[in-house]
Design a protein around this ligand. Structure first.
Ligand SMILES: *Cc1c(COP(=O)(O)O)cnc(C)c1O
Length: 469
């Protein structure tokens, strides 16, 4: 199993190097050179497996022998042992033909834990084999930082520095990061905005000697291993609904297109998927694309579902690569045009092809609140504002009623208590493992927006620098 770049100019890599590289050297994203196949017999054989057992079966072909089955089983068990539900990602029926797959029972209450918990394990394992270390640096407006910190805490081979804008995240979000007191975790509250945090991280990655000296790495959503881990729950949902003998549809609240791209990957592997319904909030670049074939960036407006307040969906490039028949030069040209003009367009033929599988739906704030209110009134079920966008998208898809629709529940309602309370009058309590979050001690460093000070700070905490010195 080798991986190729969507822009066709970077060398093909094996799984371990793809994990550590993140972005390809030509600016593209790595994808498997060919999709491993799941036959109808494979899918029948999966019935009754635990989530961790299924995860090993689905992901092993993607590793291409870089990790053996016994070691990988241990990593998977460790990753999913951190979840607060025995089923890891339980399915809850929410309507006569609709289910919610609850992906939010991990340590930080959002679906990103499913992939990142495994990523932390993979980093440690592969770096130990290479006797190497990495320094992970990232910027967060609040949501992804905590999932990355939980994934990397106490990892022997990883140091992590996360920058957040000082006094500009919610208290829950800040505490989910700053109450992790592990010695390899470093929280920087930057005196500036989220954009300042992102610019500082970019500046570190663009300083080649600094980047090389500290083995800088990222765990953002373009990392192939995150997609790989997400494929598993689509297979699990389809098998639970009767695959290979019954088709399913998925409704996915979407930002960077990583989650729904994993659903597409599952279909390429042989899972019978009738439709993929992409739900967006008012930041609707994707819904507009699936309607018109034109991808056109617009300003970002803040909504009730902040993790989907995204202007450009970076993982879309992976789908584009297939849509352009895996012509890396064509993708590179398209993305260069997009960077320059903020828009590109696919042909009517390509649009027709993509619409055979995908549909887009835009759900505004009022509708999001309506969905949350309805769900609570109808069955006492609390839905977070991101998952609510998925529910709205599923309702408006107009599918044949014999096809079960599975909505991806991407966040626990307690992660967004203000929105839930606004819609339902109920303030969802934090689950048991986080109940004392407000009493836990915090550790963070408040630093000025000064790139030299920030670099010195990271260098002083990166164990890889000490190893080389
Ligand atoms: C990250 C996130 C999303 C968007 O997922 P993508 O893979 O970026 O499409 C949706 N909901 C929640 C709660 C998230 O944290």
């Amino acid at each position: 199993m080798s991986y190729i770049s969507t822009r066709g100019q970077a060398p093909a890599l094996a799984f371990d190097d793809v994990l550590l590289a993140g972005l390809a050297r030509d600016g593209g994203l790595y994808v498997p050179a060919a999709w491993p196949k799941l036959t109808p017999d494979d899918l029948r054989r999966f019935r009754g497996l635990s989530y961790a057992e299924l995860a090993v079966e689905v992901m092993l072909p993607f590793l291409g022998g870089t990790i053996d089955r016994a070691d990988f089983t241990k990593l998977v068990n460790a990753a999913y042992g951190t979840f607060q539900h025995k089923a890891v990602v339980p399915l809850t029926q929410i309507d006569s033909n609709a289910w919610m797959m609850e992906l939010f029972h991990g340590p930080t209450l959002a679906f990103k834990d499913v992939a990142l918990q495994l990523l932390g394990q993979l980093f440690d394992h592969l770096l130990a084999k290479k006797d190497s270390r990495v320094t992970i640096v990232g910027a967060t407006s609040g949501d992804t930082g905590s999932a990355a910190i939980e994934a990397c805490r106490d990892r022997e081979r990883v140091d992590i520095v996360i920058l957040h804008p000082h006094n500009r995240t919610s208290e829950v979000q800040r505490r989910q990061m700053t109450t992790v007191l592990s010695s390899n975790v470093h929280n920087v509250a930057l005196e500036g905005t989220f954009d300042d945090c992102q610019d500082a991280v970019k500046a570190m990655f663009n300083d080649q000697p600094f980047r090389d000296a500290l083995n800088l790495s990222a765990v953002n959503s373009i990392n192939w291993a995150r997609i790989m881990a997400q494929i598993v729950y689509y297979v699990a949902a389809a098998v639970a609904m009767g695959a290979p003998d019954r088709e399913v549809a998925f409704a996915v609240p979407t930002g960077n297109f990583g989650n729904v791209y994993a659903a597409y990957a599952a279909r390429q592997m042989g899972v019978p998927v009738a439709k993929l319904i992409v739900g967006t909030n008012e930041n609707d670049i994707l819904a507009r694309f699936f309607a018109s074939g034109e991808m056109k960036a617009d300003g970002v407006v803040p909504t009730l579902s902040p993790s989907m307040d995204i202007q450009v969906s970076s993982n879309f490039e992976r789908l584009l690569f297939d849509l352009m028949d895996r012509d890396g030069a064509a993708v590179a040209q398209c993305m260069a045009g997009f960077r320059e003009t903020g828009r590109f367009e696919v042909s009517q033929g390509q649009l027709a092809r993509v619409r055979e599988l995908f549909a887009g739906y835009r759900c505004d704030t009022e509708q999001t609140l309506d969905v949350m209110r309805d769900a609570y009134a109808g069955s006492g079920y609390l839905v977070d504002p991101h998952s609510a966008v998925g529910v709205a998208a599923a309702r408006h898809a107009g599918l044949d009623r014999s096809i079960p629709v599975i909505v991806m529940g991407t966040a626990h309602p307690a992660k967004f208590p203000d929105a839930v309370e606004k819609a339902t009058g109920v303030r969802p309590p934090l689950p048991r493992h986080l109940a004392d979050l407000y009493e836990r001690p915090e550790r963070l460093d408040i630093l000025p927006n000064d790139i030299q000070i920030l670099k010195d700070y990271v260098r002083a905490r990166a164990r890889v620098a000490k190893q080389q010195a």
